[in-house]
Ligand binder design. Sequence first.
Ligand SMILES: *Cc1c(COP(=O)(O)O)cnc(C)c1O
Length: 351
Amino acid sequence: MITFYPGPSKVYPQVEQYMQDAYHSGILSVNHRSDVFMQMLKGTIDVLKLKLDIPSDYEVYFVSSATECWEIIAQSLIARSGLHIYNGAFGEKWMEYSQKIRPESNGFSFNLNEIPEIEQLGIHAEHEVICVTHNETSNGTALSTEFLTDLRRYTAKIIAVDATSSMAGSALPWTTADVWFASVQKCFGLPAGLGVMVVSPDAIRKAESVADKSFYNSFLFMRDNFQKFQTPYTPNVLGIYLVGRVMEQVLPISEIAVDIRKRAEEWYTFLSENGFELAVQNEEVRSDTVIAVQADREKITQIKSMAKLAGIQLGNGYGQWKDSSFRIANFPAITETEISLLKNFLFNISA
Ligand SMILES: *Cc1c(COP(=O)(O)O)cnc(C)c1O
């Protein structure tokens, strides 16, 4: 089965060998406070920062998932209130998690085809962190670098970005925000079970002023550990090892992002030309990494089941678009050959 599911998604085929290498290297049985582990963690962070072009003064921590990052931000970077700007299910869910921990947090929602006006977002003095979703996996929209640049110019508050389905696929404008995070089962082409958190010096200063040290995953506690190339709890050693190996393997993000953008443009053209209705009409807000197609419920069910028979797994719709759309992951681990197969399939059923 070829999978275009946008997470968990196709893993790089090399992962099979890397898993064997991990086993044979002995890393899976070493103590996570040992030199061997610490060197492996340092090497992984170094190659990740290099390949993803992360500024040298930003720090990288590994946690268990993007969802855990939602929790860490609410616990450790927001003392009272954050502002969530969202247009889809993941952004909304993040707000709901924040509100459980910091009930004064609130949200600003915008429409699918809209680029929100920064002056209208309702950023108030009491908001400590502005939370945005770079790539809304549920509906195939993305925030542009221009938007993030304007937001950075507009406010000196901490900006946190959920980049779960774009990090390692798109070139992220790192300096426009203070916290970026992702899970590895999307554009990293890796098995689930690890989150990546990238933080600016300002985020660290904010964490110091909030001074939360109440939880096993409190920001400052994590940072203390990562500064020694250790982790607060026994980590997903295999997952961290695999990040390192895949980051060694992949091209620099500047090159990957160009390729992913080109593939996305080809997808959007192909789908429009063959009678498929794109979920996102405004070209300026379309995602490069998650492509959403809409149709009536019956047609969606039919396309998905025919695809399955052809050995192709399409992504289901998500949230309010569950039954009225399907999604196509445009992640780096997916090959041109696989894309051609899906295009042939879609071409044939549309004829
Ligand atoms: C997948 C996804 C998440 C959740 O990731 P987990 O690994 O399940 O925590 C959060 N935000 C976005 C935008 C996602 O695509």
